[in-house]
Ligand binder design. Structure first.
Ligand code: UDP
Length: 249
């Protein structure tokens, strides 16, 4: 899609980055991937792709392996983190397969080179894929231990000039405390980056928030369990928390 492609009038963002955690692929299972959920997520992505929106996805790996968990079991942290990054490649391939089953052209680019499985991360090439209407899934996080896939999402969104970072979570926005545990947790419609950092709201890690702030990329936090949620957020509808530069009073 070229820059002058006309998008439906309800589309607010021409190019977006969707951050999916590994847990989003797990469904009710305690580990791994639920094919039904992956299929549903692919349908959500397809509905946004069909509007002509350029889509990049950063996928996590927490449903398979987290570096901190490995390190707490005595493993060297960097090694455990590399294992976590490899887990994200598994998830990326599963999502690619589900997207291709519903005829959405998709490329996986990995920050850790694995040439017989997927492309290496090449920024210009990723942008070109999106311009041609391909969904690009970024795997292996930043390629560096001690980082998270949230930071990778902010990094890739900045590098590939996405207009918004859509962070899919289990709930419909950012709350003052975990709403699944705290009854009177307050939900915010809007926040600015500094508030998220200073109040230590658990939405993304500080590195990710700072990077998005520096590059003025709004973060939209929404529920992936809500069918049609991704399309709604791209259209500025539905329930989500917007984290941006503008102050809330
Ligand atoms: N990871 C890493 N560097 C990165 C991204 C991820 O070392 O740039 C590792 C880290 O061990 C992390 C794991 O990969 O625990 C899975 O990623 P993450 O926990 O961010 O996945 P999510 O919570 O989104 O499922």
């Amino acid at each position: 899609m070229s820059a002058d492609t006309i998008l439906p009038s309800d589309v607010k963002y021409r190019r977006v980055l969707l951050k999916l955690s590994g847990e989003a692929l797990m469904g009710d299972q305690s580990y791994g991937l639920d094919p039904k959920i992956v299929t549903r997520l692919a349908a959500e992505i397809k509905s946004v792709h069909a509007k002509g929106v350029e889509i990049a996805v950063v996928i996590g790996g927490g449903n398979i392996f987290r570096g901190v968990a490995g390190a707490s079991g005595g493993m060297e942290r960097a090694t455990a983190d590399y294992m976590g990054m490899l887990a994200t490649i598994i998830n990326a391939l599963a999502l690619q397969s589900a997207l291709e089953r519903v005829d959405v052209p998709t490329r996986v680019q990995s920050a850790i080179t694995m040439q017989s499985v997927c492309e290496p991360y090449i920024r210009r090439r990723a942008i070109r894929h999106m311009e041609k209407g391909r969904v690009v899934i970024f795997a292996a996080g930043t390629g560096n231990p001690f980082f998270s896939t949230d930071t990778a999402a902010a990094l890739r969104a900045s590098e590939t000039e996405c207009m918004a970072l859509l962070k899919a979570t289990k709930v419909d926005g950012v709350y003052s405390a975990d709403p699944t545990r705290v009854n009177d947790a307050v939900r915010y419609d809007r926040l600015d980056y500094l508030e998220v950092l200073s109040r230590d709201l658990k939405v993304m890690d500080a590195a990710a928030i700072s990077l998005a702030r520096e590059n003025r990329i709004p973060i939209l936090v929404f529920s992936i369990h809500n069918p049609g949620g991704f399309a709604d957020v791209v259209s500025g509808r539905g329930r989500y928390t917007m984290i941006s530069e503008e102050r809330v009073s």
